[in-house]
Design a protein around this ligand. Structure first.
Ligand code: GLC
Length: 732
């Protein structure tokens, strides 16, 4: 680079830095100057959303984008606009609006569900999905998207698992960070949710989740920590539930001690819609904004200030977070927007993401289709394919391509006539789609939901018998939002594709995989057990109810008091199955490809750990088809005083599309915080002295390369604040 251009570059960086500093300063000045002008009543109005429409200002605000799920209160005299907040993890969700006497749907792009996106194990792709998502949000004029959701899939029966990423926090945190960075690159904000441990829907707004500090920090908080540190989300949304006896939105340990003081979060914390019970305590505990906002919350804050149980210092601290959020928004910057989504132009990214997140679980030479023209299709979901689950995570989509239509679009003939017999005669192959749906406010059942329904079991048997008798094969496609039992029936069929709930382009994406246009590269981010009862949380999921009635202050109806004791502690998912050698149907990280890969030449840059360690490995496509491999780095640490999982995922990478014979070198850098375990007694993350083993695998049980390094001395990686919990919490 020529000297003059170096000087120019330096000058530009200097100016940019100065501008940013001035911007921050001017924001601080504006916050301080606004705080001095706002009345106490106006400040309290800013701390509660516009859920109630009490006057013309808030009414006007709610009309700026009809159908949006949340808005904040405008203070017009000081040019403080109302901002808009909209769901959800699979796309912009705007409720239908009344126009004259007709109801008008507001359509948006239906992206694949979160679990499918995580199953791509491809942060670069998820960033691109986030960009398309963020662009659509700004086209609608939405200021904050209430996503991504990254609660741990602790138990497969949780109704909202489709909105979440994984049983593992490293996947969840990194995929969430990529989504946040993608969305926020377009000028819309995000809200990582639900902070923390919203791991069931039953009694969600009252249930008390009893979780040891170690399990909280190593499993349930870790994904949020990664997302906060790698993407700086504008906001965090608390969960409804209690943790160890305290509502999360009323828990200063979570919202201030950990989130802000330890992780350095600088954004805004909001409640879930109607979450928590005690507004003054929520404010003190660091929840800045009470959504959706009710009159009684406003009155409670006003009374608390009047009776000195809520200081103006706290009020100003939280109002400052609200103002800083508003300053970032498109509406504050008077950015124009079209009001129209780009559904058609998003189709390509939706379709690619969908096929890249689908997981080939079984393939006895039946896929990709060869010499197959006429497909006998069975199962309602073949024709009414489920794009995503229900509740706030659903999207009002303009269209959903069914699997049948996707196959027709790809040139196949689809036979949906009735009899199994004439079709076994005349068709080339049988395709059975098993559909499952679930969503907000309800958890799944074991019988006939996690397990097959009897009629599904019979159907698979009859179809397999008829088609196998004719020397023809059977493929099952799983159009599901959460895993199901598979061990009892998978031997009856020749191929199984886990398509999840793949969004509006689902059928085309399935056809891309089945036809071989796309080589499947998805991998499981949740373990599929042999039977539900093998789940480590099967015994305590949903917990126990007590006769004492905890009245819900918002819905003013008696609710049961329920408590769940997370007895499995840190042993969630593969951490349990691998550590205790419990056989599974399909392990965490598993997925097949149409080609083969070889993983070799694992090298470490040192045998004795100092500050970090670099591991490189070579991936070669040894098959005949171009494909992508997912390289997973697991770590086995020296057995500390307490048990440690036999191995934990610490990093992952997806290769580019490797042509047959092509290789790629993948490198990972592991730092000391990734070696550390949380030691409750010492309130610290500690990396114990001893031998560590790096395991490079293509699933959590299929390890291809191993290498050992030594940590010569114990490292106290980070001292944390001791989190006070109610005495009765059993430290597991
Ligand atoms: C719901 C959900 C939350 C959503 C919010 C607004 O109850 O728990 O995920 O963003 O309310 O719809």
């Amino acid at each position: 680079m020529k000297f003059i251009s170096k000087v120019k570059l330096f000058a530009i960086i200097l100016v940019l830095g100065k501008t940013q500093q001035l911007c921050a300063q001017s924001n601080t000045q504006s916050v301080q100057s606004l705080l001095s002008k706002l009345t106490v009543e106006e400040k309290i109005r800013l701390l509660t959303g516009n859920g109630f429409v009490a006057d013309k200002e808030s009414d006007a605000a709610s009309k700026r984008i009809p159908g949006v799920v949340g808005t904040t209160y405008p203070i017009t005299r000081l040019n403080i606009p109302s901002i808009t907040l909209s769901d959800g993890p699979a796309g912009v969700r705007l409720n239908p609006v009344k126009v004259n006497d007709s109801v008008q749907q507001q359509y948006a792009t239906g992206f694949p569900i979160a679990t499918l996106l995580a199953s791509t194990w491809d942060t670069a792709l998820i960033y691109k999905v986030g960009e398309a998502f963020g662009k659509e949000a700004r086209n609608f004029g939405i200021d904050v998207i209430l996503a991504p959701a990254l609660n741990i899939q602790r138990n497969p029966l949780n109704g909202r698992n489709f909105e979440y990423y994984s049983e593992d926090p490293v996947i969840a945190g990194n995929i969430a960070a990529a989504m946040v960075n993608g969305i926020q690159s377009q000028g819309a904000g995000t809200s990582i949710k639900h902070f923390v441990a919203n791991n069931q829907e039953t009694d969600r707004s009252n249930v008390n989740e009893v979780i040891s500090e170690r399990a909280l920090r190593e499993v349930y908080l870790k994904g949020f920590e990664i997302a906060v540190k790698k993407s700086h989300p504008w906001t965090v949304m608390n969960s409804y539930n209690k943790v160890n006896g305290i509502y999360t939105s009323e828990n200063e340990d979570l919202n201030i001690t950990i989130l802000r003081n330890e992780w350095g979060f600088k954004g805004l914390v909001m409640t879930d819609w109607g979450g928590g019970r005690h507004p003054a305590q929520q404010m003190i505990a660091g929840t800045d904004l009470l959504m959706s906002g009710r009159k009684w919350q406003l009155d409670a804050l006003t009374n608390a200030v009047k009776h000195d149980s809520l200081s103006l210092k706290i009020i100003d601290r939280n109002v400052a977070h609200v103002l800083e959020l508003i300053f970032k928004t498109l509406v504050y910057k008077h950015e124009s927007y079209s009001g129209k989504p780009d559904i058609k132009s998003n189709a390509a990214i939706v379709r690619t993401a969908a096929s890249d997140g689908m997981i080939l679980l079984k393939n006895n030479g039946v896929l990709p289709f060869a010499n197959c023209r006429k497909i006998a299709m069975f199962g309602r979901a073949s024709f009414n394919t489920i794009a995503n689950g229900w509740g706030s995570g659903e999207v009002h989509k303009l269209y959903t391509i069914s699997i049948a239509d996707g196959l027709r679009n790809a040139g196949y003939m689809v036979d949906s006539s009735r009899s199994i017999e004439d079709r076994a005669n005349g068709d080339d192959i049988a395709l059975i789609t098993i559909g499952r749906n679930s969503g907000e406010t309800r958890d799944r059942a074991v019988n006939g939901d996690f397990t097959l329904k009897e009629e599904e079991r019979t159907q698979i048997k009859n179809i397999a018998e008829a088609f196998h008798a004719k020397g023809k094969k059977v493929v099952v496609v799983l159009n599901i939002g959460g895993i199901i039992e598979m061990a009892s029936w998978r031997d009856d069929v020749d191929g199984i594709l886990l398509a999840w709930q793949p969004g509006q382009e689902g059928g085309n994406a399935v056809a891309d995989i089945l036809s071989g246009k796309a080589n499947p590269s998805g991998r499981l981010t949740i373990t599929i057990p042999m039977v539900y009862e093998d789940e480590p949380s099967a015994q305590n999921f949903l917990g126990t109810t007590f006769p004492q009635q905890a009245r819900s202050a918002i819905f003013n109806s008696p609710t049961t008091y329920r408590e769940v004791d997370y007895k499995e502690g840190i042993f969630v998912g593969y951490r349990y199955f691998n550590s205790f050698n419990v056989p599974v149907a399909y392990p965490f990280g598993f997925g097949l490809s149409y080609t083969d890969f070889n993983i070799s030449d694992l090298k470490l840059n040192t045998a004795a750990f100092n500050n970090a360690i670099r591991a490189t490995v070579k991936v070669t496509n040894t098959g005949k088809t171009a494909g992508k491999e997912v390289v997973q780095l697991y770590l086995t640490v020296p057995l500390a005083k307490e048990h440690k999982p036999s191995d934990e995922l610490k990093a992952f990478a997806k290769t580019k599309l490797l042509q047959p014979g092509e290789s790629e070198i993948i490198s990972f850098t592991i730092t000391k915080d990734q070696l550390a375990s949380f030691n409750t007694a010492e309130s610290a993350w500690i990396a114990d002295k001893g031998a560590y083993k790096i395991k490079i695998g293509v699933s959590s049980t299929d390890i291809k390369q191993e290498a050992v390094f030594n940590l010569p001395r114990k490292i106290v990686v980070e001292k944390t604040h001791h989190i006070q919990y109610p005495d009765d919490v059993k430290a597991l």
